[in-house]
Design a protein. Structure first.
Lengths: 447, 560
């Protein structure tokens, strides 16, 4: 593994282009586009205000930079650096901005979710979508980019509208049987739309592409419900994570639960491997100490090395009891991700925030548990293989693969606390982001 | 009868003494007589005599005889008097009577003995029974107490159980109540939420109106120039046709997804059916044929024909077309039947085996058991032998390891080990020396080649110098000679020495041309070259002398 040097970053905004050639990063007002292999600056754009969001278009030709405070979106072209485009929402305000799948339309959500404006870069047309719902995930595109589903709320009832992305034609509009629709998500094959209710009610509804209700699933009543959902890449499974610290897997044929995965505070009786991160105290040779201490020496003295040890079951995990009288308690399955080859599911129970649980889908069993020293900040599966990169806010990145687990220290002099990870589309490198810096890690390609 | 105490009976003969002595031991009294006389302890003969003499004296012989006669006759003995008269004593009858009395006495004594024996026995029995009775009474008491205790416990547990049930019911009621409360609160919150939402919507509408009304030019998009569509096509109007097309597209997507899924399911179904068929065949093969035939015979025609029909049908038809309900049901039913038959068969076998273990009547069983026993014996023998072998080996090992007595042998042994190691090491040394030699050879060849190259280079330089001189001279004299200024390629073609290394030398020469040919640069270059060369020889493995040419080339390429 090779690490690049640290570059400045702000707002955790570093994105690889979809074609994998460039890396865009923001430093305050400026947008820096670098080449992925050499990290040389290809383009440098200056925006009008501090950038809050950047996004590549699907053909990697354009980048949009959204500045929510000023309500402006600026679009830059990589082919023609002189080309510019500025969308000003003015007094309508801006809370969210994204590309359409064809890379030629920009969807802006105005303040208070008053409307969603569809600006076109090809024509002079502007479309409006009224009554969008202010929820966790109210605007989703299907993976093939053909359809867009929008959650709406009119007259205190929830609706879903399905649009065709080519001409923004409203295909279907139907109401949902939810109290308070919290989010919608397309299945990877684009034929099923999952809609789930807010955490006050455990309900997940499955709609077909043409708006028919296929099935409803409700595991229990009254207790806090769904916290997160994830589709498996083959659309065979739908994992539903809830506040009762369980993941329920539904199958795509009957939409019934096939199994539940529990996340207890103590693991007993399992064939899974438990990796525990332990600190290695750094060995310092007293002869080599010099005064004043060099930067490298100082950082190496104080940076703690760590490695993985395999713990024997029973293992008791760090458990944080959630405060009972607060809203949105820190418990339940908050993060879930399927591996791209559909073999593994990684889950995180927010009441054991230091633990990653990895489940094997072929046998529907727990396969590995990673117990970290710090709380898990972010993770991402490699886009091609089943490799999970995890970061916990330390200067180490952790990689898990079915063959084993690895803790890698990023060799930097400065204080580098990794809080986000972004893989390159080919899986050969990944960007490690912290609050102020980022670095790119190049992995050796396995032959 | 009379009070025997007063009459003194004279002793009749010595026999009667013994008789009386005899009788004195007995405690049982003959019927009718006063017990007190016999119960009197008569240890000494004198007292016997005295008692005997008490009955009959010289005075009352007649009376005593008549008395005796009366007694005897009443007892059923013949009279001791002579028949006709009354005073004459019939001695014979008296002796007979006496004998009879003696016999009677013996009998009585014996009977008494028996009775006393039985009495003892009965007494001991009774003691025993009393003990048993006492013990049983104790046990009964104990068990009664236990029962009472258990009953008490049972009662307590039951009451506890009832309490727990009650608690559970209370809890359930509470839970139900709480759920009701929650639901009512939820409806209340929903109602309130709806009210607030309506208000919020109104505000939003108002805000929207304001924003739209303002119509400030700010809400706009400035573009330098419009970009073409991603797919290069031009935009189209939204018409009904397009709407219909969109619908069509959507349904196509859905249909393709369903078709794909159906295909997968068909494939899965076919596989499962295959598996079921295989299972069925295997089950049929497992079942012993006789049993099957018997079963079939017993169950008559329909089963047999069913099975055959099933097999026939399902073998005939194509797997892919077996999708109708009836065929599927048939298959599953037939498999269930076969499975049940197999299960019964296995159960029967189990029973047989258990019977074999318990009984040993049947010859077959006996033989099998004998076989089994023989086998076990054989195995045990084997185990014994193995154990002995292990023991002997262990002993030998022990001896080897800890035999301080025989130094010579240990030294020998150590020497053996050392010898082995030494030989191994020597082998390795030999290999190592060989390799070293090879390395040396190659290094020498490389250095020779380098030297040669150096020499060639020098020669080339000299040639060049000479040639340039010539050129210069020729230029000054004849212009035509300028055509002969060919590149060093001419030299490349002519030199035979460089045939082996054509490419490399050309590169070298090119570099020299670039350097403007200061002679001092040569040794540096060559020295650089040798350094690289030596480093390469050290790092790379020896693969024979045929390779150095290629290596040299690659090295030179590297240095460039």
């Amino acid at each position: 593994m090779n690490f690049s040097e640290l570059f400045k970053l702000s707002g955790l905004l570093a994105r690889f282009s979809p074609d994998g050639k460039c890396l865009a990063s923001c430093v305050q007002y400026q947008l820096v586009v670098r080449d992925v292999s050499t990290l040389q600056i290809l383009q440098l754009y200056t925006c009008l205000d501090q950038i809050q969001h950047i996004e590549w278009s699907s053909d990697s030709l354009f980048i949009l930079c959204a500045m929510y405070k000023r309500g402006i979106v600026q679009v830059w072209s990589l082919e023609q650096p002189a080309w510019h485009c500025k969308i000003d929402e003015g007094s309508a305000g801006l809370v969210a901005s994204c590309w359409s799948p064809d890379g030629r339309h920009i969807l802006n959500t105005t303040e208070f979710h008053l409307r969603i404006t569809v600006w076109s870069l090809c024509t002079k047309s502007v479309s409006y979508i009224k009554y969008p719902k202010a929820c966790q995930q109210g605007l989703v595109f299907s993976r093939d980019g053909r359809y867009m589903a929008v959650a709406e709320r009119r007259d205190c009832k929830d609706f879903i509208s399905i649009f065709v992305c080519t001409d923004w034609h409203l295909l279907r509009h139907f109401d949902t049987e939810t109290q308070d629709l919290c989010g919608i998500e397309w299945s990877p094959n684009g034929c099923v739309l999952a809609a789930w209710d807010s955490c006050l009610e455990y309900k997940i509804l499955l709609y077909s592409l043409d708006g028919r209700l296929l099935s409803t699933y409700q595991a229990y009543q009254w207790s806090l419900g769904i916290k997160s959902i994830a589709w498996s890449p083959s659309s065979q499974f739908l994992a539903v994570g809830s506040y009762d610290e369980k993941v329920r897997i539904l199958n795509h044929v009957t939409w019934k639960k096939i199994t539940e995965f529990e996340h207890p505070a103590t693991i007993v009786n399992t064939k899974a491997i438990v990796y525990k991160e332990v600190e290695k105290s750094p060995s310092v040779e007293t002869e080599r100490l010099s005064f004043p201490p060099t930067r490298a020496l100082a950082s190496s003295l104080f940076s703690t090395q760590s490695k993985y040890e395999i713990s024997q079951v029973p293992v008791s995990l760090q458990y944080v009891k959630p405060v009972a009288d607060r809203a949105n308690p820190k418990m339940g399955i908050g993060m879930m991700a399927f591996s791209p080859d559909n073999c593994f599911l990684a889950t995180k129970n927010d009441s054991s925030p230091h633990t990653v649980w990895i489940w094997e889908l072929q046998r529907l069993q727990l396969c590995a548990v990673l117990e970290q020293l710090g709380a898990i900040q972010a993770w991402q599966w490699e886009p091609r293989r089943s490799r999970l990169a995890v970061c916990t806010g330390s200067s180490r990145v952790y990689l898990w693969a079915p063959a084993g687990c690895l803790a890698v220290q990023v060799p930097t002099e400065a204080d580098f606390q990794i809080t986000a990870i972004s893989w390159h589309p080919s899986g050969d490198s990944m960007a490690l982001l912290s609050k102020d810096n980022f670095c790119v890690c190049y992995l050796e390609r396995e032959e | 009868m009379g009070d025997w105490k007063t009459i003194t009976v004279p002793v009749l003969s010595s026999d009667s003494k013994t008789i009386f002595q005899y009788t004195s031991e007995k405690k049982v009294t003959p019927p009718g007589m006063n017990s007190q006389v016999l119960r009197l302890p008569l240890p000494s003969s004198k007292s016997i005599h005295s008692s005997f003499s008490a009955f009959c004296t010289e005075d009352n012989i007649e009376q005593s005889i008549s008395y005796l006669n009366r007694e005897l006759t009443t007892l059923g003995f013949p009279s001791i008097y002579m028949e006709s008269k009354g005073k004459e004593v019939n001695l014979i009858s008296m002796i007979n009577c006496m004998n009879e009395l003696l016999v009677l006495q013996h009998k009585n004594l014996r009977a008494q003995e028996e009775v006393e024996m039985q009495h003892l026995k009965l007494g001991s029995d009774m003691d025993h029974l009393q003990n048993c009775y006492a013990k049983l009474k104790e046990q009964l008491e104990l068990s009664k107490r236990e029962i009472v205790g258990l009953q008490e416990r049972d009662r307590q547990l039951q009451s506890k159980n009832r309490n727990l049930h009650q608690l559970l019911k209370n809890e359930k009621d509470e839970v139900q109540k709480l759920q009701n409360i929650i639901s009512s609160r939820a409806t209340q919150y929903n109602h309130d939420m709806k009210r607030k939402e309506r208000e919020y919507n109104k505000l939003k509408e108002r805000l929207h109106q304001l924003v739209m009304n303002k119509k400030d030019k700010k809400i706009a998009m400035e573009v330098l120039n419009y970009v073409g569509r991603a797919d290069g096509k031009r935009g189209a109007w939204r018409t009904d046709k397009t709407e219909a097309r969109n619908e069509e597209e959507m349904y196509k997507v859905l249909l393709s997804d369903y078709e794909q899924r159906q295909k997968q399911l068909l494939v899965e179904n076919a596989e499962l059916k295959k598996v079921l068929q295989q299972m069925k065949k295997e089950i049929i093969s497992l079942l012993p044929p006789q049993k099957q035939k018997a079963k079939e015979r017993s169950e008559d025609g329909p089963v047999l024909s069913d099975l055959e029909e099933d097999i026939g049908e399902l073998n005939k038809e194509n797997m892919w077309e077996l999708s109708c309900e009836t065929v599927r049901e048939q298959l599953t039913n037939s498999i269930r039947k076969q499975w049940r038959m197999l299960k019964n068969h296995v159960e029967k076998l189990d029973n047989q085996v258990s019977r074999v273990h318990s009984e040993a009547l049947d010859e077959k069983d006996v033989i099998s058991r004998e076989d089994h026993e023989l086998e076990t014996e054989k195995l045990e023998l084997e185990i014994q032998q193995c154990k002995e072998m292990i023991k002997t080996q262990q002993q030998l090992l022990q001896q080897q390891l800890m035999s301080p007595c025989d130094d010579d042998t240990t030294l020998l042994l150590q020497d053996c080990y050392l010898l082995e190691e030494r030989e191994r090491l020597q082998e390795e040394w030999r290999l190592f020396r060989e390799q070293k030699k090879n390395f040396e050879k190659e290094r020498r060849s490389f250095t020779e080649a380098a030297i040669r190259l150096g020499l060639e280079r020098k020669a080339f330089e000299e040639d060049r110098g000479a040639w340039l001189k010539q050129q210069f001279l020729s230029i000054s004299t004849d212009y035509k000679h300028s055509e002969n200024v060919t590149t060093p390629s001419a030299f490349l073609g002519s030199s035979d020495q460089d045939n082996r290394l054509p490419k490399s030398t050309s590169q070298q020469r090119k570099s020299h041309c670039m350097l403007n040919g200061p002679v001092s640069a040569e040794p540096c270059q060559t020295s650089q070259y040798t350094i690289h060369n030596s480093s390469s020889t050290v790092s790379k493995k020896p693969t024979g002398n045929s390779k150095p040419n290629q290596w040299v080339e690659s090295d030179k390429e590297e240095t460039k």
